[in-house]
Design a protein around this ligand. Sequence first.
Ligand code: OGA
Ligand code: CA
Ligand code: FE2
Length: 511
Amino acid sequence: MVRNHIRSKMIEPHGCDDGDEHETLPLPTLPPMPRERVPLQKSSICSRSYFMVVMVFFHVYIINVIVLLLYVHYNNGPGDVLATPNRDEASGGSNHHKPPESHQQPSYSGFQRDMHLPRLEGIRVGHVQKVSLVPDKVHEMRTLSLKPLLFEIPGFLSEEECRVVVQLAQLKGLMESQVMVPEGQEELTEQLNLSPDEIFNLLDLNQDGQLQLQEILTHSRVRDGIWLTPENLREIYAGLKADPDGNGLLSLEEFRSLGSDAFQRFLQQRGVKSSQLVRNSRHTWLYQGKGAHQVLRDLKKRVTRLTRLPSALVDLSEPLQVVRYEQGGHYHAHHDSGPVYPETACTHTRLAANTSTPFETSCRYITVLFYLNSVEGGGETAFPVADNRTYEEVSLIQNDVDLMDTRKNCDKSNLRVNPTKGTAVLWYNYLSDGQGWVGEQDEYSLHGGCVVTRGTKWVANNWINIDPDYQRQARYQQLVSQQGEEDTEDEGEQSQPSPEQLHTADSHQEL
Ligand code: OGA
Ligand code: CA
Ligand code: FE2
């Protein structure tokens, strides 16, 4: 409003083209300047009416300013003028009791959002920023990519800390990260009772009436965790005489004559090696709360400082996952956390969800990955599509090159991080919703562990779980803090149900 008046005041004089200045000047023979009009009799009328117009505008402007100042004064008290334009209180006289953000964030109306998640700034790839994480050391954090937002922090852990974490994991014992073939898959297929035609239709992603190799491959990985390669599949086709015309495509007739579990039966008969699974590693979980080893607690504190998130969010996240890859170990490209639809629940807030939902994911907003040793050969973390222009799932497998295959194609990944002892990498698996909360999944966060060609590889994952549904996260936190109050007299650190109780199963591999 104020701006408009200023602008109109500034624009207005051009209407009379500075006529009043020339009014009293004698006009001799000099030719007029090209941009000036010749002021004749018109000028005196013009200048008088111009004067009137200016005065009227001037008065209206002054009155406006006074009214505005009075208004601001009585709504906010003196001294708060600069803050008013963005404040909710300025938009109405009787809304003192409304939540302060109800106008800017209508989607959360009726619920006070007092938590805004800060997000680290990448600036540009290669940008280095100093971060203060421990009392007497400054760390450097380098931006590795913007899609996903990904950073590397060398020396995040000391040699000693790496050793302690590895030893604690060994003490606890590690389990196979992926069992050979999960049970219960057959039951599910039977329950659904799908006809071969219906299955064919589901698999035919591009709906061209043929099953391309990549359509079968993508499905098989989701279904049973066996990582088929295009060569494997051709072998299977040959063994089962599934593709008589040998064009690498399955028609509906060819598919019908196969039987629904033909691939599975073929693979079972031949035996599945762990190198043919999505993941070939062992892992364990280390609790980081009250009573845990000091190194683990320090680590959590450092992660909280690094992420700049409220400590309650970090405290209520999954325990530390320590992973060991032997020589030949790998983890094909995956997302640490899945997409979130309105029907999707988060594993960690299940407690607070009052409805049952058809989908569930781990809602790992951030991954902080630590390298606990320097690997002798291979074992890089690959980000196949980091900072790619586009992301399309189907184009990840092209001409028999599968970018998600970290045993074969890590060299074709857009980005690879070398496993160096003590280095941490941090990335966001979700975008921001633009309102200070968790938004959609960032598909570019696709990553995997390249095959270890020499020696052993030790890493640890600290995942920060946040529910993209703000209210669900808030309810969950409230519930847990109430339980904490009931259990103990709290001294500083929040008491909580053991995160291990909440995260007993490795939901990671089911994604
Ligand atoms: C993981 C993972 C990468 C690596 O454990 O989820 O992606 O380099 N690890 O081991
Ligand atoms: Ca097809
Ligand atoms: Fe991962």
